[in-house]
Write a protein that binds this ligand. Sequence first.
Ligand SMILES: [Zn+2]
Ligand SMILES: [Zn+2]
Length: 199
Amino acid sequence: MSVETLDYECADCKLSGSNLSLGRPRYYVNFDAEVLMSVQMGYCFMGQHISAMERFPEAAEISELEAALVAARTQFAEEQRLAERNKRWWQTKVRLTDRASIISHDIASATKRLQRLRILSALLSQRVSGPRCLQCYSDQCVPLPKVPPELGYGLLDTRPILLGFRHPQCGGELSVREGIRFSMNWKPQYFDREGRPLE
Ligand SMILES: [Zn+2]
Ligand SMILES: [Zn+2]
């Protein structure tokens, strides 16, 4: 099966890379629990390659998600009040409106995400090393700028877009475009809290 990917390349040298390996499931092993790793694309100075790297959650990410959850719960309560008001005498139970069931679904998934983020940031708060490259495990790497959201959603616009990042080795501009690759049947990979692979 083929999947859409983002392909990176340097304008002035042969450096290239793909975001395909972002999809590999990776977990920190924390006592007997497994915590899903967050990943992003990066440039690794040690290996001089473009590769997936760890991403540490930011405090703002958690507080924004918390605020969004409060807002969603308020909305949900509002919807329920509305439904209660429109309830007929013969209805024993208040039916959720469509909007309310969408909101309740959003609340459930945001709650799950928030739980994972909290566990992840607690786990990473003791971290000594910085985020690691997931190809050579060096922590001498930097995240690449975010890709414009119109890329990567199957629109398959094959024109390359400048990333706004210069290849530190040669000074060439990095660009990104949509590509197609064969999907991989990734085996999950496990890490210690310092981001070192356990196998
Ligand atoms: Zn280059
Ligand atoms: Zn590396």
